[in-house]
Each structure stands twice: as C-alpha cells, then as structure tokens.
Design a protein around this ligand. Structure first.
Ligand SMILES: [Zn+2]
Ligand SMILES: [Zn+2]
Length: 199
C-alpha cells in the first residue's frame, strides 16, 4: 500500500493502530479479489465487527455506511465479506489470528496502568513502541500469512432505496416514512413515539 494512502487512512481514523493495520490489509486483499476501486455501490462490504479495521475498509474500498454498501453484522469476528453485484462474486476474508502476535502480558499491564492514570511517561512510550511493532508487523506481513479468503455464496442486499419523508405529528420533523410509527391514528417519529410510550 502506498505511503500517501496509509497517511490518509491514518488521518481519517485519527491514529495508527493494529486494528487499523488489519483493515488496511483486508482492504488491499479485497481490491485484489474485487478489482481495483470499484464504482459506487458496485461492491458491498459486510463486516462482522465494528472495530478500528472498518474505518480502513471504508476509506480504501469506498464501501461506506452512508451509501448503504457497508453492512454491519454484530458477530464480533475479524471477518469481512465482499460481494460484487455485476457477477455475484463473493468472498469472506478472515484474519489468521494464530499468526498474529497478541498483545503480550507486558502490554496488557501497561494498558491497565494507563487506564487507571498511573502510568509514567516511560511506560506510555513503551506501550506505544509495542503497539507500533505489532502494527508494522501487520503492515509488512505477506497477505497470505495474514489472511484467508473463503468463497461464499452471494447474498446480495438491495440497493439503497429512497423513501418519502413525512412530518411527525408531535415534533413536526420530517422522518423517513419507513421509520414512522402509528399510535391512535397519528404518525410519530421513533423519538416521539418512545417519549409517548413512557408516559
Ligand atoms: Zn484504532
Ligand atoms: Zn417527532
């Protein structure tokens, strides 16, 4: 991955970390599997986690939450599916965690100290160095050592649809019609509906 892309991803996410590094490598593999940066909505990413990695995947592959071609499944797994609409090619990329150096005891202890606010300046630096080492390992590892690609059957979600917006009968704010709730013949946005139900 080019340095300028790495820097742009880091700026987008806010910092460089092992999780982001994993996302960068997954995105790299996804572009190889799906073809270079595909057109808008041509590829759908389904991510099975919501950790740092997902920011790199959004930034590099262009699959984003707002466009509707990034879908989160709350499985808590480092696994990422990509589906190409044109020919229904579908892969699931998983991380070979056994090949990754875990954050060792040392790092865990340092993390705890920082959380508790009792880490010294030296200890902070030490933790940063350890994380940087792991990040660099991930960024430079051969892709085949880091990732496994599985072929999966494509289950293509519908393209983003545009819905009408209708004013809520209580707050008056326009709300997507699929989100409105009906109560005693009136239409309410989810927020007002919840507020009325609590009364
Ligand atoms: Zn991060
Ligand atoms: Zn309302």
């Amino acid at each position: 991955m080019q340095n300028e892309i790495l820097l742009a991803v880091k700026n987008f996410h806010g910092h460089m970390c092992p999780g982001l590094a994993i996302g960068i490598r997954v995105a790299e593999k996804a572009l190889i599997e799906m073809g270079d940066r595909p057109g808008d909505e041509e590829v759908v990413a389904i991510v099975e986690t919501d950790n740092c990695a997902v920011d790199a995947i959004q930034f590099i592959t262009g699959c984003t939450f707002g466009k509707g071609n990034l879908i989160h499944l709350d499985y808590g797994k480092n696994a990422f599916r990509f589906i190409r609409r044109r020919d229904a090619k579908a892969v699931r990329i998983i991380v070979k965690s056994e090949n990754l150096r875990r954050s060792n005891e040392n790092e865990t202890a340092l993390n705890r100290k920082i959380r508790e606010g009792i880490a010294t300046k030296d200890e902070r630096k030490k933790l940063n160095d350890l994380r940087e080492q792991r990040t660099n390992e991930i960024l430079t590892m051969p892709l085949d050592e880091l990732l496994v690609v599985q072929n999966i059957s494509p289950d293509i979600p519908h393209r983003a649809r545009i819905f009408n917006s209708v004013a809520c009968d209580r707050c008056g704010e326009k709300t997507m019609e699929t989100r409105l709730r009906i109560l005693e013949g009136k239409l309410y946005c989810p927020e007002c509906f919840d507020a009325l139900m609590k009364k």
